[in-house]
Ligand binder design. Structure first.
Ligand SMILES: [Zn+2]
Length: 217
């Protein structure tokens, strides 16, 4: 993705702008966004989008001293409106397709019966505590209707998205935020899950041990 240099504003959301677990703003059913966007709403959405774009660039993450995230929802910066940004690379797709969107008023219209979970569990910019060995079941595939803001054309488009696998999980995590739901509300030990709920991918145990060792250092 090519971004012009000016895209990054000095008023980008930073670590201190993110509200944390326990804050009541994260527990609100957010209100629908009026269109066309007000200046404040557009500014919020742009900053959310910048956050996830910057998150994918290691140098910029260091420069802005942010905790990187693949998604961030408006209530996470204290704005209780139905908007979020995501920038998820589908690492299971051979082309590593990227799903970068500034999403307004999403509605999930269809969900697969098949449920999956990320074997390493989920994370959230608003949750700082360890949630090791706990996973969150999600629908494997979803269909969603929403408006998306295109920062290249500065226009809003109404779209229907069909998402599968990792990007679908990221979308559902952010969507939940708009209803005041957090992934920690839906965490289970793998052994307690229904056997029909599958890991999104399998982890090689040797590799998993190695990853743990590196993280513990
Ligand atoms: Zn989150």
């Amino acid at each position: 993705m090519i971004l012009c240099y000016n895209f990054f504003g000095d008023n980008m959301y930073l670590e201190n702008d993110i509200v944390k677990e326990g804050n009541e703003k994260l527990r609100v059913k957010c209100s629908k966004v009026n269109l066309p966007l007000t200046k404040d709403d557009l500014n919020c959405l742009k900053q959310l989008y910048e956050y996830v774009i910057v998150s994918a660039n290691d140098d910029l993450v260091k420069q802005y001293k942010i905790r990187p995230g693949v998604g961030i929802a408006a209530p996470q910066v204290g704005v209780t409106k139905r908007m979020f940004a995501m920038n998820a690379e589908d690492f299971l797709d051979e082309n590593h397709k990227r799903y970068a969107y500034a999403v307004i008023n999403p509605v999930i219209t269809e969900k697969s019966e098949q449920m999956v979970y990320l074997p390493g569990g989920e994370g959230c910019l608003s949750v700082d505590r360890a949630t090791d060995n706990l996973v969150t079941p999600r629908h494997y595939a979803i269909k969603a209707k929403c408006a998306i803001y295109d920062f290249n054309t500065n226009k809003i488009k109404n779209v229907t998205m069909n998402l599968v696998g990792y990007p679908a999980i990221v979308f559902q995590h952010e969507y939940d935020h708009l209803d005041g739901i957090m992934f920690v509300d839906k965490m289970y030990k793998i052994k307690d899950l229904d056997e029909k709920i599958l890991p999104l991918y399998t982890v090689d145990e040797d590799e998993a041990d190695e990853a743990c060792e590196i993280e513990n250092n």
